[in-house]
Each structure stands twice: as structure tokens, then as C-alpha cells.
Design a protein around this ligand. Structure first.
Ligand SMILES: C[S@@+](CC[C@H](N)C(=O)[O-])C[C@H]1O[C@@H](n2cnc3c(N)ncnc32)[C@H](O)[C@@H]1O
Length: 315
């Protein structure tokens, strides 16, 4: 079974590794996962770039060719360079040892050049060969050049809007597949709708504020996206439940955006009407759930500044 590696940014490490796990299990429920600090190794029939394309916090990813005990390479390992014209070697040191990385990368490049017709090219090579050091094992892997993900355009912004990476990560955490539908009942500027549609997920948005409803529509239109937006209260959600597979939303905080009533009351009402069987990823200001019983649900806390820590709740 092929193995892939993902080096994650350390910004939100728990979210980032849970995202990779959720994506790999979504595509292949028999995937096996191993986590070594910010390195995630996945054994799965899904290719690394299918997972990497959707993930929010992956810095580098590729396929593992083999585990190595030393720094030993032979011709069999270099099959991947067969049709490549150019390559580069990259060392990723996650171990506690110190290496002279530029020197090692350059001597590895020289060594590989002897077995292969491909030439070293530092910028935009066909293949990148990776050597990843950890304290217990080393991995030898590669990635091919992949087209940069095109980001959806956002022509209208608003201070309360959510950062696209956090939005994307929570969509992925509930394992929504391409072709499924997400609903954001507090859609604001449409961040969830844009991220979802850019990953091939259909989306429905609700916002009670005329201005937000118009902004969302314009942001979708400029991308040629087809998600639906309704100017309505979030409670309309109960009438739509046959039309979506999961809910992803960021509830009002009581600052910057209009709210129909106190954010704490909105959160309480939201829990009372949310469809029980749907997957759900919601975000809200941490202290708003103090009177709610939320046993057994996965929670993350994201510190923003001294008066705002967000809770992400996954069901
Ligand atoms: C925190 S903002 C959402 C921001 C959004 N995630 C984005 O990236 O733009 C909360 C949104 O909830 C909307 N809202 C407040 N009360 C509502 C209600 N009762 N029904 C529907 N939307 C409501 C506000 O207009 C605001 O756009």
C-alpha cells in the first residue's frame, strides 16, 4: 500500500494533523496514520496529491519511496526520475541532530546525477526528492510538480469574516466529499461557500442581514460559483435539512457584525434546532457555551487575541 508524507505548518498543529487524518479516512476508511511531530505518514490507496490539494496547512507533501536506516541510495530508488528532465534534492530535518543541510542537499544531488539523466534545477524542477530525518527513522520520498491551487476571489470583504484556512480546515474535519452539500446558516461574506465550492462541494448559505446576503452573492458571482444564498434567519435551516449533508458555520460574536439577538441566545437556539443526524463543524466565541451541555464532542480552542478565543466544535 503506498505511503504518503505531509509536513504540516506548526501554526495549528492539532487541527492540521486531524485534517489530514479526516481527509485520508474520507477517501479510504482503511488508511493508516502515523504522526511524528509535524510529519504525518499515511498508508492509503489515495494518492498524496489528492489529499494535499484539499488540505489547509500542508507545507510539503509527497510519496514515500522507502524508509532508510542510513543515507544509502541505489538505482531502484531512482525509478521516479526515469521520465524527469530536472530534479532537486531537499532535506527535511525533524530530528534532534544537526546537519549541514545545503551541503547534504548538494552532495545528494551530485550522487543522484550519477544514476540518472535528469539534471539538478533549483527552481520548479519536474521532481523533488526528499530525505526526511526523524530521531527514529529516515524517509526517502518524492513529489512531482503540481499546479498551484487557484484560490477563489473575494471582491467584497468585511471585518468579521473568517480566515479562509480555518474555514477550509473545518469543512475538511467533517469529511465532506466532493459532490456533497454544506450549509452555512450565518454565511456573512460567504467564506464557507467559496472554500467549499473551490473544493467541489456544493454550498447553501443563509444570512439575515441584507448587506451580507448581497456581499455573499457578489463573491460567488465573480468566481462563477453556483452556491445558493438566502436572505433569511438561521432558523430556516430546519426547513432545508433534506438538502445538505453537513453544517459549517461561524456564529455571531456580538461585535462587528449584526446579530438578531445576544450571541449566547443564538448559540442556544442553534443547538435546539440543528438537525441531529448531520455532521457539523461550528465556531463561536469560547465563553458562549458555558451553559450548554456538550459532552462527547471534539473541541479545539483557537486563541486570537486577549478578548477572543474561538471554540471549534466538531460533531
Ligand atoms: C461571524 S459572522 C460570519 C462570518 C462569515 N463566516 C464570513 O467569513 O464572512 C456572523 C454572521 O451571522 C449573521 N447573523 C446574525 N444573526 C443571524 C440570524 N439570526 N440568522 C442568520 N444570520 C445571522 C450576521 O449578519 C453575520 O454575517
Amino acid at each position: 500500500m503506498p505511503e504518503s508524507f505531509f509536513i504540516l505548518s506548526k501554526d495549528y498543529l492539532e487541527l492540521a494533523s486531524d485534517e489530514i487524518i479526516a481527509l485520508s479516512k474520507m477517501y479510504d476508511r482503511f488508511s493508516k496514520v502515523k504522526i511524528i511531530s509535524n510529519l504525518v505518514i499515511i498508508q492509503s490507496k489515495t494518492s498524496w496529491n489528492k489529499i494535499a490539494k484539499r488540505a489547509s496547512f500542508v507545507k510539503v507533501s509527497g510519496q514515500i519511496l522507502r524508509k532508510m536506516s542510513g543515507l544509502f541510495l541505489n538505482e531502484d530508488n531512482l525509478e521516479v526520475l526515469k521520465n524527469a528532465k530536472t530534479f532537486v534534492c531537499r532535506i527535511i530535518n525533524l530530528s534532534s541532530k544537526q546537519f549541514n543541510i545545503p551541503e547534504l542537499e548538494s552532495s545528494m544531488g551530485d550522487m543522484i546525477s550519477k544514476f540518472s539523466h535528469a539534471k539538478v534545477e533549483l527552481e520548479d524542477p519536474d521532481i523533488t526528492i526528499y530525505l526526511i530525518f526523524t530521531d527514529n527513522e529516515n524517509f526517502f520520498g518524492f513529489s512531482k510538480r503540481i499546479k498551484e491551487k487557484t484560490r477563489p476571489k473575494k471582491i467584497k470583504k468585511y471585518p468579521h469574516e473568517l480566515d479562509w484556512k480555518l474555514t477550509r480546515v473545518i469543512i475538511n474535519l467533517i469529511g465532506l466529499k466532493e459532490g456533497e452539500t454544506v450549509c452555512d446558516p450565518f454565511c456573512g461574506t460567504g467564506t464557507t461557500l467559496l472554500e467549499a465550492e473551490s473544493m467541489g462541494i456544493h454550498a447553501i448559505g443563509l444570512d439575515f442581514d441584507e448587506k451580507m446576503y448581497e456581499i455573499s452573492k457578489e463573491n460567488l458571482k465573480v468566481n462563477g460559483y453556483k452556491s445558493k444564498v438566502f436572505k433569511s434567519d438561521f432558523q430556516e435551516l430546519s426547513k432545508l435539512s433534506g438538502k445538505f449533508d453537513g453544517i459549517v458555520t461561524d456564529l455571531p460574536y456580538g461585535r462587528a457584525s449584526k446579530a438578531s439577538e445576544k450571541p449566547e441566545e443564538i448559540l442556544k437556539k442553534f443547538f435546539s434546532i440543528m438537525p441531529r443526524r448531520k455532521r457539523m463543524a461550528i465556531m463561536y466565541k469560547k465563553e458562549l457555551d458555558r451553559n450548554l451541555k456538550l459532552n462527547g464532542l471534539k473541541k479545539y480552542e483557537i486563541y486570537r487575541h486577549k478578548s477572543l478565543t474561538r471554540t471549534i466544535l466538531i460533531k
